[in-house]
Design a protein around this ligand. Structure first.
Ligand code: NZQ
Ligand code: ZN
Length: 390
């Protein structure tokens, strides 16, 4: 196990009837907030009114910035920054999924600097200060509610880049599983796939062969994501299923699984971000199209870790007689079949992306490979992986 620092400064309020705490939690940080939300789900469910009422009761003045779209756009972030500056807000409140929280993070950092916010994403500037952020999570997926990352799409350059900084952790995040009862089946599935992808990335890219604590946590998270997703799809109002999926997704990318693994990478996300940037596919849908192909490519060089996952998660009677390649292939097939059952695309074809687009996708992905220092990845290797995603 490698040395690590594990410090998450986010307070989590988890469970039923926690939404009314957003007012007092925010009032402790400022008097005028920018309230950031998406394209209508929280209006239709009545959640936004509950948040507004709680903020008003706590004496927090509200400036609204709605309309954040999935795969949030840089132009909309810039509009939010203008609004935050114009009204001199001192705190940001996000009500939504990963897209809304990420945009709120970008606004909280971008409104305090004279330069353009995109420079944070290209690595040309680093974040030195941010406005405090509180969140009400509405979708189990990205983990942004308890981590220091943010992902934004620059629609002019067609780049979807992510970056991270300690100052981006939300101060308080409210996780009420009942708020996610209205998440439709497709995004419920994509959220579970995203959580699984976050675990798989670290599980596969650590170079430390002796991390049993982390391994058992990660295997448990994958198992829970699958079981909880199945429960939520069978009954969208299954509180236990929604609660399990929500906490699983949060823990999958809050630093817990990575602590002690040493340097890990996000190669599947690097490729997926290009699918979202070029074709605007939902993040989890893009990931489920990439995961089987990337795992197949990876298993050709190192089948051991994937075989281990098969042994732990999907044991069967004659397992001991199987070689690592066979077990790895079995795991990939089980995962691909499960993607099929939850209606998440398992190939580029299912996303209607033709084979002759592969070189352009690989070119696009290389920009992020450089920023994320995924030095082993060349355009040729990414093309090879993308062909395996067909
Ligand atoms: O806009 P509204 O109307 O709210 O609809 C949203 C959106 O269409 C809907 N939704 C959210 N909560 C709902 C709901 N519908 C009904 N009931 C509810 N309670 O769901 C759709 C998807 O929402 P979105 O926020 O886009 O999904 P997700 O949470 O998966 O976030 C995706 C974004 O997060 C980034 C992704 O790249 C993508 O841009 N990621 C952020 C990460 C981070 N900050 O650490 C890491 C991840 O790997 C990921 O890259
Ligand atoms: Zn993700």
């Amino acid at each position: 196990m490698q040395n690590f620092v594990f410090h998450i400064p986010t307070k989590i309020l988890f469970g039923r009837n926690t939404v009314p705490a957003i007012g007092p939690e925010t009032a402790a940080l400022g008097v005028r907030c920018l309230l950031v939300f998406g394209r209508g789900s929280c209006v239709r469910s009545g959640l936004l009114d509950r948040v507004r009422a709680s903020l008003a009761d706590a004496g927090v003045e509200v400036i609204e910035h709605g309309g954040v779209r999935s795969n949030p756009l840089l132009s909309h972030v810039r509009a939010g920054i203008d609004l935050a500056r114009e009204h001199r807000v001192d705190v940001v409140v996000a009500v939504g999924g990963g897209s809304v929280i990420d945009e709120a993070k970008a606004i909280s950092a971008g409104s305090l600097v004279a330069h353009d916010v995109w420079k944070f994403f290209t690595g040309r500037r680093s974040i030195k200060k941010t406005l405090p952020l509180t969140t009400v999570l509405t979708l189990a997926a990205a983990g942004s509610e308890m981590n220091s990352g943010m992902v934004i799409t620059n629609e002019e350059t067609r780049e979807k880049f992510g970056t991270g900084n300690q100052l981006l952790y939300p101060r308080t995040s409210i996780l009420d599983p009942e708020v996610t009862f209205t998440v439709p089946p497709d995004y419920t599935a994509y959220g579970a796939v995203d959580a699984i992808a976050h675990v798989l990335e670290f599980y596969m890219t650590t170079r430390d062969p002796d991390t049993p604590v982390q391994d058992r946590i990660m295997e448990g998270l994958i198992e829970n994501a699958m079981t909880a997703c199945d429960r939520c799809l069978a009954d969208p109002r299954d509180y236990g299923g929604r609660a399990s999926l929500m906490w699983t997704a949060t823990l999958a990318l809050n630093g817990l699984t990575a602590a002690g693994l040493g340097r890990v990478g996000f190669p599947m996300h690097m490729i997926e971000h290009s699918l979202s940037a070029l074709y605007d596919v939902p993040h989890g849908a893009g990931l489920s199209a990439v995961i089987p192909g990337w795992l197949t490519w990876h298993s050709r060089q190192a089948p051991g870790r994937i075989a281990g996952l098969c042994r732990r998660l999907f044991p069967f009677p004659d397992m001991a007689r199987c070689g690592e390649e066979e077990l790895a292939a079995r795991f990939i097939t089980i995962l691909r079949n499960w993607f099929g059952r939850i209606n998440s695309p398992a190939s580029l074809q299912e996303l209607d992306i033709p084979a002759d687009h592969i070189p352009e996708i690989a070119r696009n992905a290389m920009a992020l490979a450089k920023i994320w220092r995924l030095d082993d990845y060349t355009p040729e290797i990414i093309e090879e992986i993308l062909h395996l995603c067909r």
